[in-house]
Design a binder for this molecule. Structure first.
Ligand SMILES: Cc1ncc(COP(=O)(O)O)c(C=O)c1O
Length: 421
Protein backbone atom coordinates (compact mmCIF):
# COMPACT_ATOMS: atom_id res chain seq x y z
CA UNK A 1 0.00 0.00 0.00
CA UNK A 2 1.23 3.53 -0.77
CA UNK A 3 1.94 6.30 1.75
CA UNK A 4 -1.15 8.09 0.46
CA UNK A 5 -3.46 5.10 0.93
CA UNK A 6 -2.08 4.38 4.39
CA UNK A 7 -2.44 7.99 5.46
CA UNK A 8 -6.03 8.12 4.20
CA UNK A 9 -6.79 5.18 6.47
CA UNK A 10 -4.62 6.50 9.33
CA UNK A 11 -6.71 9.66 9.74
CA UNK A 12 -9.73 7.46 10.42
CA UNK A 13 -7.89 5.81 13.33
CA UNK A 14 -5.70 8.49 14.90
CA UNK A 15 -5.93 12.25 15.51
CA UNK A 16 -4.16 13.77 12.52
CA UNK A 17 -3.41 10.24 11.33
CA UNK A 18 -0.42 9.94 13.65
CA UNK A 19 0.76 8.73 17.06
CA UNK A 20 2.66 11.99 17.80
CA UNK A 21 1.74 15.39 16.30
CA UNK A 22 4.86 16.57 14.42
CA UNK A 23 4.83 13.37 12.34
CA UNK A 24 1.69 14.64 10.58
CA UNK A 25 3.77 17.00 8.35
CA UNK A 26 1.37 19.85 9.23
CA UNK A 27 4.20 22.43 9.25
CA UNK A 28 5.90 21.37 6.05
CA UNK A 29 2.85 20.13 4.15
CA UNK A 30 2.43 16.97 2.11
CA UNK A 31 1.81 13.37 3.10
CA UNK A 32 3.92 11.87 5.88
CA UNK A 33 6.31 9.13 4.84
CA UNK A 34 5.32 5.74 6.17
CA UNK A 35 8.52 3.96 7.11
CA UNK A 36 8.67 0.40 5.85
CA UNK A 37 12.15 -0.53 7.01
CA UNK A 38 15.28 1.29 8.08
CA UNK A 39 18.99 0.50 8.23
CA UNK A 40 22.09 2.56 9.07
CA UNK A 41 21.25 6.13 8.00
CA UNK A 42 18.60 5.11 5.47
CA UNK A 43 14.98 4.07 5.25
CA UNK A 44 12.56 2.88 2.64
CA UNK A 45 9.02 4.23 2.64
CA UNK A 46 5.85 2.41 1.64
CA UNK A 47 6.09 3.85 -1.89
CA UNK A 48 9.36 1.94 -2.24
CA UNK A 49 11.59 5.04 -2.25
CA UNK A 50 14.82 5.22 -0.28
CA UNK A 51 15.71 8.26 1.81
CA UNK A 52 18.73 9.44 3.76
CA UNK A 53 17.42 9.95 7.31
CA UNK A 54 18.44 13.11 9.17
CA UNK A 55 15.75 12.75 11.80
CA UNK A 56 16.78 9.32 13.11
CA UNK A 57 13.73 8.70 15.27
CA UNK A 58 14.38 12.05 16.98
CA UNK A 59 17.60 11.03 18.67
CA UNK A 60 17.81 7.51 20.09
CA UNK A 61 19.69 6.04 17.15
CA UNK A 62 23.20 7.38 17.65
CA UNK A 63 24.50 4.10 16.18
CA UNK A 64 22.16 4.30 13.20
CA UNK A 65 19.04 2.28 12.45
CA UNK A 66 19.03 -1.43 13.25
CA UNK A 67 22.63 -1.64 14.44
CA UNK A 68 23.62 -5.33 14.45
CA UNK A 69 24.94 -5.25 18.06
CA UNK A 70 21.68 -3.77 19.30
CA UNK A 71 19.60 -6.21 17.28
CA UNK A 72 21.47 -9.21 18.59
CA UNK A 73 21.28 -7.98 22.21
CA UNK A 74 17.54 -7.52 21.80
CA UNK A 75 17.14 -10.95 20.18
CA UNK A 76 19.05 -12.60 23.00
CA UNK A 77 17.05 -10.82 25.72
CA UNK A 78 13.77 -11.62 23.96
CA UNK A 79 14.43 -15.34 24.17
CA UNK A 80 14.44 -15.06 27.95
CA UNK A 81 11.12 -13.22 28.20
CA UNK A 82 9.60 -9.93 27.09
CA UNK A 83 8.58 -8.45 30.43
CA UNK A 84 8.90 -9.62 34.02
CA UNK A 85 7.45 -6.88 36.21
CA UNK A 86 10.21 -7.90 38.62
CA UNK A 87 13.90 -7.08 39.02
CA UNK A 88 16.32 -8.54 36.49
CA UNK A 89 20.10 -8.48 36.04
CA UNK A 90 19.89 -6.37 32.87
CA UNK A 91 18.75 -3.30 34.84
CA UNK A 92 21.90 -3.55 36.93
CA UNK A 93 24.15 -3.91 33.92
CA UNK A 94 22.70 -0.77 32.34
CA UNK A 95 22.81 1.13 35.66
CA UNK A 96 26.50 0.24 36.10
CA UNK A 97 27.29 1.51 32.62
CA UNK A 98 25.36 4.73 33.20
CA UNK A 99 27.15 5.39 36.49
CA UNK A 100 30.50 4.80 34.82
CA UNK A 101 29.66 7.35 32.13
CA UNK A 102 27.77 9.88 34.29
CA UNK A 103 29.28 9.98 37.79
CA UNK A 104 26.69 12.43 39.17
CA UNK A 105 24.03 9.75 38.80
CA UNK A 106 24.40 8.23 42.25
CA UNK A 107 20.97 6.64 42.24
CA UNK A 108 18.44 6.25 39.46
CA UNK A 109 15.03 4.93 38.49
CA UNK A 110 14.14 3.59 35.04
CA UNK A 111 10.84 4.66 33.46
CA UNK A 112 9.45 4.26 29.95
CA UNK A 113 9.74 7.71 28.33
CA UNK A 114 11.37 11.09 28.63
CA UNK A 115 8.06 12.65 29.66
CA UNK A 116 7.75 10.21 32.53
CA UNK A 117 11.36 10.82 33.57
CA UNK A 118 10.85 14.58 33.79
CA UNK A 119 7.47 14.32 35.50
CA UNK A 120 8.95 11.99 38.11
CA UNK A 121 12.10 14.06 38.65
CA UNK A 122 9.93 17.09 39.39
CA UNK A 123 7.87 15.11 41.87
CA UNK A 124 11.04 13.92 43.60
CA UNK A 125 12.34 17.51 43.76
CA UNK A 126 9.05 18.70 45.21
CA UNK A 127 9.00 15.87 47.72
CA UNK A 128 12.59 16.56 48.72
CA UNK A 129 12.28 20.33 49.13
CA UNK A 130 8.66 20.30 50.31
CA UNK A 131 8.05 23.18 47.91
CA UNK A 132 5.51 23.36 45.05
CA UNK A 133 6.74 25.94 42.57
CA UNK A 134 9.09 25.17 39.71
CA UNK A 135 10.97 27.23 37.12
CA UNK A 136 11.34 26.40 33.45
CA UNK A 137 12.72 28.22 30.43
CA UNK A 138 10.67 29.36 27.47
CA UNK A 139 11.65 27.38 24.41
CA UNK A 140 12.75 24.24 26.26
CA UNK A 141 10.59 21.16 25.83
CA UNK A 142 10.38 18.59 28.57
CA UNK A 143 7.67 16.24 27.37
CA UNK A 144 3.95 16.66 27.71
CA UNK A 145 3.25 16.52 31.44
CA UNK A 146 0.83 19.19 32.66
CA UNK A 147 3.32 21.20 34.73
CA UNK A 148 5.52 21.79 31.69
CA UNK A 149 3.07 22.59 28.91
CA UNK A 150 3.36 26.15 30.04
CA UNK A 151 4.58 29.38 28.49
CA UNK A 152 5.44 32.71 30.02
CA UNK A 153 2.57 34.90 31.12
CA UNK A 154 2.73 38.63 30.42
CA UNK A 155 5.35 40.61 32.29
CA UNK A 156 8.70 39.68 33.72
CA UNK A 157 9.12 36.64 35.98
CA UNK A 158 5.47 35.69 36.00
CA UNK A 159 3.86 32.32 36.46
CA UNK A 160 2.83 30.61 33.30
CA UNK A 161 -0.14 30.01 31.07
CA UNK A 162 -1.00 26.60 29.66
CA UNK A 163 0.18 26.00 26.08
CA UNK A 164 -2.32 23.19 25.67
CA UNK A 165 -6.02 22.92 26.24
CA UNK A 166 -6.69 20.47 29.02
CA UNK A 167 -3.96 21.79 31.32
CA UNK A 168 -5.64 23.38 34.34
CA UNK A 169 -4.66 27.00 34.89
CA UNK A 170 -4.02 26.12 38.54
CA UNK A 171 -1.22 23.74 37.46
CA UNK A 172 0.38 26.38 35.26
CA UNK A 173 0.20 28.77 38.20
CA UNK A 174 2.95 26.78 39.88
CA UNK A 175 5.36 27.05 36.94
CA UNK A 176 7.49 30.16 36.61
CA UNK A 177 8.76 30.75 33.08
CA UNK A 178 11.94 32.68 32.21
CA UNK A 179 13.34 33.29 28.71
CA UNK A 180 16.51 31.57 27.65
CA UNK A 181 19.49 33.94 27.35
CA UNK A 182 17.87 36.38 29.78
CA UNK A 183 20.34 36.77 32.63
CA UNK A 184 18.37 39.65 34.14
CA UNK A 185 15.09 37.73 34.09
CA UNK A 186 16.82 34.81 35.78
CA UNK A 187 18.15 37.03 38.60
CA UNK A 188 14.74 38.64 39.11
CA UNK A 189 12.93 35.31 39.17
CA UNK A 190 15.21 33.90 41.84
CA UNK A 191 15.29 37.12 43.86
CA UNK A 192 11.50 37.07 44.04
CA UNK A 193 10.67 33.36 44.19
CA UNK A 194 13.93 31.48 44.80
CA UNK A 195 13.01 30.37 48.31
CA UNK A 196 9.74 28.89 46.97
CA UNK A 197 11.23 26.99 44.04
CA UNK A 198 11.44 23.21 44.35
CA UNK A 199 13.24 22.85 41.04
CA UNK A 200 14.61 24.68 38.04
CA UNK A 201 14.62 22.56 34.91
CA UNK A 202 16.49 23.28 31.70
CA UNK A 203 17.74 21.53 28.62
CA UNK A 204 21.43 22.41 29.05
CA UNK A 205 21.68 22.31 25.26
CA UNK A 206 18.19 23.47 24.28
CA UNK A 207 17.30 21.52 21.14
CA UNK A 208 13.54 21.58 20.86
CA UNK A 209 12.93 25.00 19.37
CA UNK A 210 15.92 24.87 17.16
CA UNK A 211 19.37 24.62 18.70
CA UNK A 212 19.52 27.49 21.18
CA UNK A 213 23.01 27.04 22.62
CA UNK A 214 23.32 29.20 25.73
CA UNK A 215 26.30 31.13 27.06
CA UNK A 216 28.23 29.17 29.65
CA UNK A 217 27.83 32.10 32.08
CA UNK A 218 24.02 31.78 31.95
CA UNK A 219 24.11 28.12 32.94
CA UNK A 220 26.80 28.68 35.57
CA UNK A 221 24.69 31.41 37.13
CA UNK A 222 21.65 29.12 37.13
CA UNK A 223 23.72 26.53 39.02
CA UNK A 224 24.82 29.15 41.56
CA UNK A 225 21.31 30.43 42.13
CA UNK A 226 19.90 26.93 42.62
CA UNK A 227 22.61 26.20 45.19
CA UNK A 228 22.00 29.48 46.97
CA UNK A 229 18.23 28.98 47.26
CA UNK A 230 18.17 25.22 47.84
CA UNK A 231 16.40 24.69 44.52
CA UNK A 232 16.99 21.34 42.82
CA UNK A 233 18.70 21.90 39.45
CA UNK A 234 17.41 19.40 36.91
CA UNK A 235 19.22 19.00 33.62
CA UNK A 236 16.87 17.51 31.08
CA UNK A 237 19.32 15.54 28.97
CA UNK A 238 16.76 13.48 27.09
CA UNK A 239 18.36 14.72 23.85
CA UNK A 240 21.87 15.76 24.94
CA UNK A 241 22.50 12.77 27.22
CA UNK A 242 25.06 10.36 25.73
CA UNK A 243 24.96 12.46 22.55
CA UNK A 244 27.18 15.47 23.16
CA UNK A 245 29.71 13.70 25.44
CA UNK A 246 29.88 10.42 27.36
CA UNK A 247 28.63 12.27 30.45
CA UNK A 248 26.20 14.44 28.46
CA UNK A 249 26.02 18.22 28.44
CA UNK A 250 26.86 18.32 32.15
CA UNK A 251 30.30 16.91 31.40
CA UNK A 252 30.82 19.04 28.34
CA UNK A 253 29.85 22.23 30.16
CA UNK A 254 31.49 21.28 33.45
CA UNK A 255 28.30 21.94 35.42
CA UNK A 256 26.82 19.30 37.70
CA UNK A 257 23.05 19.24 38.16
CA UNK A 258 21.32 17.76 41.21
CA UNK A 259 19.08 15.55 39.11
CA UNK A 260 19.21 14.56 35.47
CA UNK A 261 16.68 13.03 33.08
CA UNK A 262 17.59 10.77 30.20
CA UNK A 263 15.65 9.04 27.46
CA UNK A 264 16.19 8.28 23.78
CA UNK A 265 19.79 6.92 23.56
CA UNK A 266 19.61 4.97 26.84
CA UNK A 267 16.90 2.86 25.23
CA UNK A 268 18.77 2.41 21.94
CA UNK A 269 15.43 2.70 20.08
CA UNK A 270 13.28 1.02 22.72
CA UNK A 271 11.03 2.98 25.12
CA UNK A 272 13.19 3.90 28.13
CA UNK A 273 13.58 6.97 30.34
CA UNK A 274 15.53 7.54 33.51
CA UNK A 275 15.75 10.08 36.29
CA UNK A 276 18.52 10.09 38.80
CA UNK A 277 21.22 12.06 40.53
CA UNK A 278 22.02 12.91 44.13
CA UNK A 279 21.29 10.00 46.38
CA UNK A 280 19.81 12.14 49.15
CA UNK A 281 17.23 13.47 46.70
CA UNK A 282 16.55 10.06 45.13
CA UNK A 283 16.12 8.79 48.69
CA UNK A 284 12.63 10.31 48.77
CA UNK A 285 11.45 7.97 45.98
CA UNK A 286 9.17 5.08 46.89
CA UNK A 287 9.68 2.55 48.49
CA UNK A 288 12.63 4.24 50.28
CA UNK A 289 10.69 7.47 50.73
CA UNK A 290 7.27 9.09 50.45
CA UNK A 291 7.31 10.12 46.74
CA UNK A 292 5.27 7.60 44.79
CA UNK A 293 6.33 6.58 41.29
CA UNK A 294 5.95 3.21 39.56
CA UNK A 295 5.66 1.50 36.14
CA UNK A 296 4.53 -1.89 34.80
CA UNK A 297 7.17 -1.90 32.07
CA UNK A 298 9.88 0.02 33.96
CA UNK A 299 13.28 -1.65 33.59
CA UNK A 300 11.92 -3.83 30.79
CA UNK A 301 14.61 -6.43 30.06
CA UNK A 302 14.50 -6.11 26.27
CA UNK A 303 14.74 -2.32 26.45
CA UNK A 304 17.59 -2.57 28.97
CA UNK A 305 19.47 -4.86 26.57
CA UNK A 306 19.06 -2.40 23.68
CA UNK A 307 20.21 0.47 25.87
CA UNK A 308 23.25 -1.37 27.16
CA UNK A 309 24.33 -2.53 23.71
CA UNK A 310 24.13 1.10 22.57
CA UNK A 311 25.99 2.63 25.52
CA UNK A 312 28.72 0.01 25.33
CA UNK A 313 29.72 1.30 21.92
CA UNK A 314 29.91 4.93 23.01
CA UNK A 315 33.60 5.63 23.58
CA UNK A 316 35.20 9.07 24.03
CA UNK A 317 36.84 8.70 20.59
CA UNK A 318 33.45 8.28 19.00
CA UNK A 319 32.32 11.66 20.30
CA UNK A 320 35.30 13.38 18.69
CA UNK A 321 34.34 11.65 15.45
CA UNK A 322 30.70 12.78 15.75
CA UNK A 323 31.76 16.38 16.41
CA UNK A 324 33.97 16.38 13.32
CA UNK A 325 31.15 14.88 11.31
CA UNK A 326 28.72 17.60 12.41
CA UNK A 327 31.21 20.21 11.25
CA UNK A 328 31.31 18.67 7.77
CA UNK A 329 27.53 18.30 7.52
CA UNK A 330 26.98 21.87 8.72
CA UNK A 331 29.33 23.08 5.97
CA UNK A 332 27.37 21.06 3.42
CA UNK A 333 24.10 22.57 4.64
CA UNK A 334 25.58 26.05 4.41
CA UNK A 335 26.13 25.64 0.69
CA UNK A 336 22.42 26.44 0.43
CA UNK A 337 22.39 30.22 -0.01
CA UNK A 338 21.12 32.02 3.10
CA UNK A 339 21.22 28.94 5.29
CA UNK A 340 23.07 28.77 8.62
CA UNK A 341 23.70 25.50 10.41
CA UNK A 342 24.67 25.95 14.06
CA UNK A 343 25.69 22.64 15.58
CA UNK A 344 26.61 21.14 18.93
CA UNK A 345 27.84 17.60 19.23
CA UNK A 346 26.01 15.69 16.52
CA UNK A 347 23.00 18.03 16.50
CA UNK A 348 22.67 20.39 13.54
CA UNK A 349 20.01 23.06 13.10
CA UNK A 350 19.46 24.26 9.54
CA UNK A 351 17.90 27.71 9.64
CA UNK A 352 17.69 30.68 7.27
CA UNK A 353 18.78 33.02 10.03
CA UNK A 354 21.79 33.27 12.32
CA UNK A 355 22.70 33.93 15.96
CA UNK A 356 19.41 32.78 17.52
CA UNK A 357 19.49 31.99 21.26
CA UNK A 358 15.81 32.38 22.10
CA UNK A 359 12.82 30.63 20.58
CA UNK A 360 10.85 33.87 20.17
CA UNK A 361 13.62 35.30 17.96
CA UNK A 362 13.05 32.80 15.14
CA UNK A 363 11.59 34.75 12.23
CA UNK A 364 8.53 33.39 10.44
CA UNK A 365 10.28 33.96 7.09
CA UNK A 366 13.04 31.57 8.16
CA UNK A 367 10.48 28.87 8.80
CA UNK A 368 8.77 29.48 5.45
CA UNK A 369 12.15 28.99 3.76
CA UNK A 370 12.79 25.85 5.79
CA UNK A 371 9.48 24.38 4.68
CA UNK A 372 10.42 24.98 1.06
CA UNK A 373 13.83 23.37 1.59
CA UNK A 374 12.26 20.41 3.36
CA UNK A 375 10.13 19.58 0.35
CA UNK A 376 12.93 20.10 -2.15
CA UNK A 377 15.31 17.88 -0.17
CA UNK A 378 12.64 15.23 0.21
CA UNK A 379 12.32 15.16 -3.58
CA UNK A 380 16.09 14.53 -3.65
CA UNK A 381 15.85 11.62 -1.21
CA UNK A 382 16.80 13.45 2.00
CA UNK A 383 14.48 13.32 5.01
CA UNK A 384 14.80 16.20 7.48
CA UNK A 385 12.69 16.48 10.64
CA UNK A 386 9.35 17.82 9.41
CA UNK A 387 9.53 21.18 11.20
CA UNK A 388 11.92 24.13 11.06
CA UNK A 389 12.03 24.19 14.86
CA UNK A 390 13.53 20.72 15.05
CA UNK A 391 17.20 19.82 14.89
CA UNK A 392 18.74 17.23 12.57
CA UNK A 393 20.33 14.22 14.25
CA UNK A 394 23.50 12.61 12.95
CA UNK A 395 24.74 9.14 13.87
CA UNK A 396 27.87 7.08 13.38
CA UNK A 397 26.16 5.66 10.30
CA UNK A 398 26.30 9.06 8.56
CA UNK A 399 29.54 8.41 6.70
CA UNK A 400 31.18 9.51 3.46
CA UNK A 401 28.63 7.84 1.20
CA UNK A 402 25.79 9.55 3.06
CA UNK A 403 27.53 12.92 2.96
CA UNK A 404 28.08 12.55 -0.79
CA UNK A 405 24.37 11.80 -1.27
CA UNK A 406 23.51 14.85 0.81
CA UNK A 407 25.93 17.14 -1.03
CA UNK A 408 24.46 16.05 -4.34
CA UNK A 409 20.97 16.85 -3.07
CA UNK A 410 22.15 20.24 -1.85
CA UNK A 411 23.69 20.98 -5.22
CA UNK A 412 20.42 20.12 -6.93
CA UNK A 413 18.36 22.50 -4.80
CA UNK A 414 20.86 25.39 -4.68
CA UNK A 415 19.32 27.23 -7.69
CA UNK A 416 16.03 27.52 -5.75
CA UNK A 417 17.80 29.55 -3.07
CA UNK A 418 19.79 32.12 -5.00
CA UNK A 419 20.46 35.14 -2.78
CA UNK A 420 18.55 38.31 -3.66
CA UNK A 421 20.57 40.55 -6.04
C1 LIG B 1 14.55 17.44 26.20
C2 LIG B 1 13.37 16.52 26.16
N1 LIG B 1 12.76 16.18 27.30
C3 LIG B 1 11.71 15.34 27.32
C4 LIG B 1 11.22 14.80 26.16
C5 LIG B 1 10.08 13.85 26.20
O1 LIG B 1 10.50 12.58 25.89
P1 LIG B 1 9.48 11.49 25.32
O2 LIG B 1 9.07 11.95 23.96
O3 LIG B 1 10.27 10.22 25.33
O4 LIG B 1 8.33 11.45 26.27
C6 LIG B 1 11.81 15.13 24.95
C7 LIG B 1 11.31 14.58 23.68
O5 LIG B 1 11.73 14.89 22.61
C8 LIG B 1 12.91 16.01 24.94
O6 LIG B 1 13.52 16.36 23.81
Amino acid sequence: MSNETLFTEAVTHFPGGVSSPVRAFKSVGGTPKFFKRAWEAWFEDEDGRTFLDLCMSWGPLILGHAHPDVLSAVAEAMQEGLSFGAPSRRELALARRIKAMVPHVEKMRFVSSGTEAVMSALRAARGFTKRDRILKFEGCYHGHSDALLVKAGSGLATFGEPTSAGVPKSFADLTLVVSLDDAEGLEKAFAKYGAELAAAIIEPVPANNGLLVQDQSFLTRLRELCTKYGTVLIFDEVISGFRVAPGGAAQRLGITPDLVTFGKIIGGGMPVGLYGGRKDIMGVVSPDGPVYQAGTLSGNPVAMAAGLATLERLTPALYAELDAKAERWAKAFERIPGLHAPHFGSLVWPLFQSGVKRADRVESGAIVQFNRMHKLLLDQGVYLPPSGYEVAFLSIAHGDRELAHFEKAVEAIQPSFQPAQ
